[in-house]
Design a protein around this ligand. Structure first.
Ligand SMILES: *Cc1c(COP(=O)(O)O)cnc(C)c1O
Length: 439
């Protein structure tokens, strides 16, 4: 913070409108992404094969190549309780780093759930309610997605049944309390309630669980419900990336008003790829139209390096092989990452859309260690007041590495996907010097 009034800059954010449509990057890509395949036939999945799991409009969105989808009014009304989200010039962070670059934070932590996940849980719950579904099943890691779906279910009148990865269920009870407060039921996964859960407990008795296992359980319950329950996924799928495009559309507007020349670099963290795709694809559209020169970087943990160390190939989304096969960067479906604190980044695969775009060379990726990520999180807390989610700190760390390496001042946008107020035990162990790097 400057004490000199002459150095102080008061920068007011102009008002930005909430988008009226979601943006689908597929319409603008030079080459189409590979289709999802039925695991039994290895043929492209049909709408009919997705219908037992997803609402009809969500099936359409999953397979759509149309550029724009109108956001239904009830979803926009719910968005309006927290959107547009702030686009903050991070003067404090710039001073703390000692850079002349201009750093902007697109901050999703102001949503009622504290992360971007509500952007997709709201429309998923809405479309399922329209189709007469009574229950949504889902998986969750640290509980961000489960909590976001629990709230959306409460809002639109659906029961929500959550399978939470055992490691988080045992060690992070606060988000479970949050899910229960919103009215959801939470099970530790793998559980005894499903065939796939029982099989996994037999195969790996001491497992701490994984998202891939929890997905199998949630999909199984929906598939066997006889039509009353559907499944909801918080990331990876095309429909989720579509819903998250509100982030990037707002950011393009907000950036244009603050920086007519646009950004030099954009950083976002990637677990399944949804907050990153949501921020990055509307910016990529500008790049493809020759209106932006931004370099766009996906930031992942070294402990779960799907893009930087994984293979680009068809793989299953879940351990039991119940989901379609997707072409993506993957560490293999049986990969169980170390229990790093960025629970939302512990997925073996990566959104097929994000994978495709990186594979085509339109974006790049980098991996950050847990201690570097927390160092960036603490610096952000002390200089901006924002306590970023452990996931988001990966993007901040990568962006700070970038500005430190540049000789000229740059314009940098960082996607801050959420706040870390329920991750304080992890921050405490970092501040107390007890946090180590897990590979
Ligand atoms: C879930 C989560 C992530 C990771 O999910 P993506 O689909 O990759 O965005 C990142 N940040 C926060 C705060 C999350 O809750």
């Amino acid at each position: 913070m400057t004490l000199n009034p002459a150095d102080a800059q008061v920068i007011e954010s102009p008002t930005t409108h909430i988008p009226t449509h979601w943006y689908n990057v597929v319409a603008d890509l030079p080459t189409p992404p590979a289709p999802m395949l039925n695991p039994a036939t290895r043929e492209p999945v049909t709408p009919g094969e997705l219908a037992p799991l997803f609402a009809s409009e969500l099936v359409r969105q999953e397979l759509s190549t149309e550029r724009w989808t109108e956001i239904p009014a009830p979803v926009r009304e719910a968005y309006a309780t927290y959107r547009p989200t702030p686009f903050i010039r991070a003067l404090g962070l710039e001073r703390a780093v000692g850079t002349r670059s201009r750093i902007y934070l697109k901050y999703e932590g102001v949503s009622p759930l504290g992360s971007h996940k509500l952007n997709s849980s709201l429309p998923q719950a809405y479309y399922n309610k329209l189709d007469g579904i009574t229950t949504l099943t889902t998986e969750t890691g640290a509980g961000q997605w489960g909590a976001a779906l629990a709230y959306a279910g409460a809002l639109f009148g659906l029961d929500v049944d959550v399978y939470q990865v055992r490691a988080s269920f045992d060690s992070k009870p606060y988000r479970r309390y949050l899910m229960e407060t919103y009215g959801a039921t939470v099970h530790s996964s793998p559980s005894e309630l499903t065939e796939s859960g029982r099989a996994m407990r037999e195969r790996f008795p001491d497992t701490t669980g994984s998202l891939g296992m929890a997905i199998s359980e949630a999909v199984e319950v929906a598939a066997k419900s006889g039509g009353s329950a559907h499944y909801a996924l918080g990331s990876v799928l095309n429909q989720v990336i579509l819903h998250q495009s509100v982030i990037g559309q707002e950011a393009v507007d907000q950036l244009r008003q603050m920086e007519p020349e646009g950004a030099d670099a954009v950083f976002g963290c990637v677990g399944g790829g949804s907050n990153f795709g949501g921020l990055a694809f509307p910016i990529l559209r500008e790049v493809l139209r020759g209106r932006s020169h931004a370099r766009i970087v996906a930031c992942e943990p070294t402990a779960c390096p799907s893009i930087t160390k994984g293979e680009f190939r068809y793989d299953a989304g879940d351990v039991a092989g119940m989901t379609p096969l997707m072409q993506m960067y993957t560490l293999g479906v049986d990969f169980v990452p170390s229990p790093i604190h960025a629970g939302g980044l512990r997925y073996h695969g990566m959104s097929p859309l994000v994978s495709h775009v990186v594979h085509e060379g339109l974006m790049s990726a980098t991996a950050i260690t847990q201690t570097d990520a927390f160092a960036a999180g603490v610096l952000t807390a002390r200089s901006q007041g924002i306590l970023p989610a452990p996931e988001s700190t990966h993007a901040i760390a990568a962006a700070l590495d970038y500005v430190r390496a540049q000789e000229e001042p740059r314009v940098v946008v960082i996607g801050v996907s959420g706040h870390g107020h329920l991750d304080l035990p992890a921050y405490a162990s970092y501040v107390h010097g007890e946090l180590t790097d897990l590979e």
